[in-house]
Ligand binder design. Sequence first.
Ligand code: LLP
Length: 417
Amino acid sequence: MHYFEYKNGELYAENVKVADLAATYGTPLYVYSAATLRRHFEAFDSAFEGIEHITCFSVKANSNLKLLQLLGEQGAGMDIVSGGELFRALKAGIPADKIVYSGVGKRTEEIEEALLAGILMFNVESMGELERINAVAKDLGKVARISLRINPDVDPKTHPYISTGMKKNKFGLDIEQSLLAYKAAAEMEAIEPIGIDCHIGSQLTTIEPFLEALDKIMAFHKRLTEAGITVKYLDLGGGLGIPYDAEEPPHPTEFGKAITDALAGTDLTLILEPGRVIAGNSGILVTNVVYTKTTPSKHFVIVDSAMNDLARPSLYGSYHLISEVAPKGRPEKNVDVVGPICESTDFLARDRDLPDVEPGELLAVFSAGAYGFTMSSNYNSRARAAEIIVDGDKVIVARKRETYRDLVELELESIEG
Ligand code: LLP
């Protein structure tokens, strides 16, 4: 469910015409709907109302400051994976005690920053990291609250690049290693184990892998308690999928009920780290058709957005629905929608039936609110897109379009002497 709708033959973001936004701010343009974002957060968060919990939005999905601020106003905490994401979350006014820090490669400076900010906990992914956090906390005269990320060895049945909870993945500690690691952690002077963490992958379209992981985690929790280590938090990570195409992922309510039921009778506080399910369908990428071209074997629609703006199709072969901003009812043609970048992987869609569009027309690439702008780059010296948030009638420039000057700013000194 989202608030990008066609009214009188034109695409609107809430009450604002998408074509007007493109005319004012140019393309490629990311447009987010605040009402959609709030609705998704509400739907997800309220699915867990039966249990003490904190919904920590996964900043990697969309780290725009204004968007983080809007979520913060709804009561969201944040799941971060770098010092940069910590900086953004704090700038957006997120209380530090609602921030959890995941990731396999936290650097010393990043650990210091997080300790000084007073985050809720580190999700620790190795013994080396645990020892590093202990040492850094000791130096700062602080105690670091941690959970260990357990790799439950569950197949999330999603794209292999975004599976994280299988034995072969780099993430977390295996269950047997974890018991020893918790015992070691409990002995460390500057470490306080307060939780258990797990995240098995992204874009999951069934509940079963979550429940399978939860089963293993709860069995582990029992062993941990028997070993005399009690924790308050259970962090189940993110991963709930969204419909990009024909997928039918469980509704957050169904997901919440299944998890809440499985945890009935425990007094653990649940932490959730949803990213895609909150932001994915809250955003579109608006792009302009630059040329059309027909070769003996194919039709191409060449647009002004590229793999540097939206990497998902090139990187994972992901499907994103593409529609005209102002449909004209023309017959469809099978086309590749491609960008201007000098690589054959630069496409937004392949073998897609699209109306016979013409140069100068606008297209909307849907479900681009998560892992869209955050994965964008300056490849081919392309300035990154602007980001707009529409809130009812209100239009907020959440990020200005980059300029050529921005592209070279950090290099100029080297040639100007
Ligand atoms: N927590 C942790 C520890 C994670 O690694 C992730 C995602 C999340 C939470 C949020 O997962 P979500 O609810 O969004 O599924 N770039 C890929 C997705 C990579 C996900 C990485 N980790 C894509 O565009 O599909």
